[in-house]
Design a protein around this ligand. Structure first.
Ligand code: ZN
Ligand code: ZN
Length: 373
């Protein structure tokens, strides 16, 4: 059986305090930073000895001739109770490999700009000039951050590793922790003579002009992505993306719903009754429309394909013209006489009071009004 007392170099009747002291002394001596890799195996033995002798119950077992840390041995079910030997070892030496220095150049952030467009631009698409303020690569140092003619120097605190190890005390003695090097912020290098233009950041802010292709069909909230036109990263790292968020201004006449357009056409009662041909200004220019005799209020004249272009794909929405029949007011005597004559001819002098069920369209129009559409 392994002699744990001998490994720790203490007497069999050593006190708990003496055992702790002996363990700590050995742990410092055998630490890999001091003893190199050769200390690791011995440290494992020391840690195992300490694990047994520092625990009153395990020490009693051991003194009675049972090794509680031997695999499968010991009344206590071995070393365990969820406290694996590997755990202690890794706690002490730090698990896994410490990561190396972080690169100076990192990807920049995405940027967002807003762009107001009008309905014509949304309908047909547009090419627009845009002024953007973003970080760009510093022209003086090319992103390196060093004064021209100078270079970065290996950090002499961490020797280029980018991190430093610290010893902290714990119940096991010393524990190694790894932290980014404060002298170089983890880069592993320092800039002895920073570029005067960018103060070593590798980038400067600049206003520049961009051409944005606004596709037909964009709407308020649509984002157009311009790859690698965002902020250049620290150290001259690759630029993020630029997003152009569209805000569509309301049009005086045409209201957009999806890719369809809606407008209202007021027509005199006589024109609605008799029918006529009208020339209207649409977004595509003048269009002739045929107002059929007997056109009713609320009737919709649809001009196919004169709406907004579809964003993804071909084709366009429709233009819907809602007819609003205007009943004449302020009739003079002659006009009154004419309308009375017409009413007489149509037998409408005393119209029969007659209620009919409400047309479903009334409700949908009412709903639209309430929802503010
Ligand atoms: Zn610079
Ligand atoms: Zn450093």
């Amino acid at each position: 059986m392994t002699d744990y007392y001998e490994i720790l170099g203490v007497a069999r009747d050593a006190s708990a305090e003496q055992i702790k002291k002996a363990y700590r002394k050995l742990a410092r001596e055998l630490h890999p930073d001091v003893a190199g890799a050769s200390g690791e195996e011995r440290f494992k033995d020391v840690a195992r000895a300490y694990e047994v002798l520092s625990n009153r119950e395990k020490r009693e077992q051991y003194d009675m001739g049972v090794d509680p840390s031997a695999p499968g041995g010991g009344a206590g079910g071995g070393f365990g109770q969820g406290f694996g030997f590997q755990d202690i070892f890794e706690t002490f030496f730090g698990g896994g490999q410490a990561s190396g220095p972080v690169p100076r150049a990192r990807r920049g952030q995405d940027a967002l700009v807003r762009m107001d467009i009008d309905l014509v631009e949304a309908t047909f698409g547009a090419k627009r000039e845009l002024q953007v303020d973003t970080a760009v690569v510093c022209g003086t140092c090319g992103g390196k951050g060093c004064r021209p003619g100078t270079d970065v120097r290996t950090c002499d605190v961490c020797h280029g590793r980018g991190n430093v190890q610290r010893v902290a005390r714990s119940f096991l003695g010393q524990v190694m922790t790894t932290a980014p090097c404060a002298a170089c912020q983890g880069f592993g290098t320092v800039i002895p003579e920073p570029c005067a233009e960018c103060s070593g950041d590798g980038r400067v802010r600049s206003r520049r002009s961009l051409t944005v292709n606004v596709p037909a069909g964009v709407d308020t909230g649509t984002r157009i992505k311009l790859s690698a036109q965002g902020e250049v990263g620290p150290g001259g790292g690759p630029a993020g993306d630029l997003y152009v968020e569209i805000r569509e201004k309301a049009h005086d006449v045409f209201v957009r719903r999806g890719d369809d357009l809606h407008c209202t056409l007021p027509v005199p009662m006589t024109a609605a009754a008799l029918g006529t041909v009208l020339e209207l200004d649409t977004l595509d220019g003048a269009e002739e429309i045929d107002l059929r005799p007997g056109t009713q209020p609320g009737q919709i004249i649809t001009l196919k394909g004169l709406g907004v272009g579809h964003l993804h794909g071909n084709g366009r929405g429709d233009l819907n013209i809602h007819v609003e029949v205007q009943v004449p007011t302020g009739l003079d005597d002659e006009q009154s006489a004419l309308l009375q004559q017409l009413a007489g001819l149509r037998g409408e002098e005393r119209p029969e009071p007659r209620l009919v069920a409400a047309h479903p369209g009334v409700f949908s129009r009412l709903k639209d009004k309430l929802s503010g559409r």
